[in-house]
Design a protein. Structure first.
Length: 429
């Protein structure tokens, strides 16, 4: 049977007037999206796009936040490969998960973040839901907070991961900053941070980097964190801890210090967790949001609200990455392997910091000792935007305009090139 001729279709109308067929549309006609302006490239992912388009050999990508091994290759942890093989061998059907995620995974996350013997867990005060990576966890928390406190203000560190401000603003919040980076003294402006938190209105949501501050690499010490949490408690602020790099500073338990400090002093706070880096599960988008409540009854009410946020967003989370993470965390042998492999990553990053400083000093640069003071994957080099652009255009070394480079992208084969490039652009003022 032949399809009807085009003229056999009913004529579409709008306000009583016929609407032209697509084939008859003129180039000057307005469309639904014709007035959209081009959005700026993401400040981090845009660097990677530029890197890929660069046809030069010997180029170095220190922009994106992924861990590369000593050969400059994206790493797959051995414990993760073993866990994935076990799961694949079962040939289980790909059923939907519950709205809040895989139960075994959620149990393991709570114990990793808060400690297995935490009173919070015994009292059932912690609600944990699976999220689409750390970013998804932050957005779930932001959407939930906007529902219960739509008039609250959000404060992020100055500077912070670029997506923090955009994410909370997109959720409907007014977003401001608290002082953090001290460019003059190359460290944290602790007094400025404390003063800004003291001035914040009650109910203000404060986003805190639990460890390995992104982008600066500068962390507070235990005494300084204690002062921050005391002010949060006194001023009735809401702490939202972003812990995307647990295990990359000193160790899994050590890097959870801020979270466990909050656990002893605050009735309510939130934690976003990611396994993208620590389990090399980048593309699997394995994260979690944990919310501490005043008691078990409050926790159940909150869980019901979070499930609505999830259900109306993406319905329920993916299963494979959560199964891999749960398998590694719950199996004694695989967990032991993970601790060792994570320590290897952590120590290699530290070694690259020391090696970079040595190379820079050999080129007469004696004021970049801050590189070895910083922690985690990133370094705030102190280079200007013009110098960072020169790194890219003149030397093929890619970092962000803010001066951030990913130390985990350094290795023995590109270290000298990067040091040469930094030494060269330092002449630019």
């Amino acid at each position: 049977m032949k399809p009807p001729r085009p003229e056999a279709y009913p004529v579409r109308t709008h306000n009583g007037k016929p609407v032209a067929l697509c084939a008859e549309r003129k180039a000057t006609d307005m469309t639904l999206f014709s007035e959209l302006t081009q959005a700026p490239a993401d400040p981090i992912l845009g660097v990677t796009e530029a890197f890929k388009a660069d046809e030069r050999t010997g180029k170095v990508n220190l922009g994106v936040g992924v861990y590369l091994d000593g050969e400059g290759k994206l790493l797959l942890l051995g414990c993760v490969a073993k866990a994935a093989d076990r799961i694949a061998a079962i040939h289980a059907p790909h059923a939907y998960l519950p709205i809040d995620g895989l139960g075994d995974y959620l149990d393991q996350v709570r114990e990793l973040v808060f400690c297995a013997d935490s009173p919070l867990l015994a009292d059932k005060r912690v609600v944990t839901v699976e999220a689409l990576g750390g970013t998804g966890a932050l957005r779930l928390g932001a959407d939930m907070l906007h529902e219960v406190a739509p008039g609250a203000k959000v404060l992020v560190s100055d500077p912070s991961w670029e997506n923090h401000q955009a994410l909370f603003a997109r959720a409907g919040f007014e977003v401001g900053t608290y002082r953090y980076y001290d460019a003059t003294n190359r460290g944290v402006d602790v007094e400025g941070m404390l003063a800004d938190l003291r001035d914040a209105e009650a109910g203000t949501i404060v986003v805190l980097h639990a460890c390995c501050h992104n982008p600066t690499g500068y962390d507070l010490d235990h005494e300084q964190w204690a002062k921050v949490v005391d002010i949060i408690a006194e001023r009735d602020l809401v702490a939202f801890c972003d812990m995307a790099y647990q295990g990359f500073a000193e160790g899994l338990a050590e890097d959870a210090f801020l979270v466990r400090l909050c656990a002893g002093k605050l009735d309510n706070f939130l934690v976003a967790t990611s396994f993208s880096k620590s389990l090399t599960l980048y593309g699997q988008r394995v994260g979690a949001l944990s919310v501490v409540c005043a008691d078990a009854a409050e926790a159940e009410r909150l869980r019901s609200r979070l499930k609505i946020v999830i259900r109306t967003n993406y319905s329920n989370p993916p299963i494979f990455g959560a199964l891999v993470a749960a398998t590694v965390l719950s199996d004694e042998e695989l967990r032991t392997d993970w601790h060792a492999e994570l320590a290897t990553m952590r120590e290699r990053i530290k070694a690259m910091r020391t090696a970079l400083l040595t190379e820079l000093q050999a080129r007469g640069i004696d004021d970049m000792g801050h590189v070895v003071v910083q922690r985690g994957m990133f370094s705030y080099t102190g280079l200007t935007a013009d110098q960072m652009r020169a790194l890219r255009t003149d030397h093929g070394v890619y970092g962000t305009d803010a001066g951030r480079i990913c130390i985990a992208g350094l290795n023995d084969t590109n270290l000298a090139k990067v040091a040469d490039a930094i030494a060269a652009v330092r002449m630019i003022r």
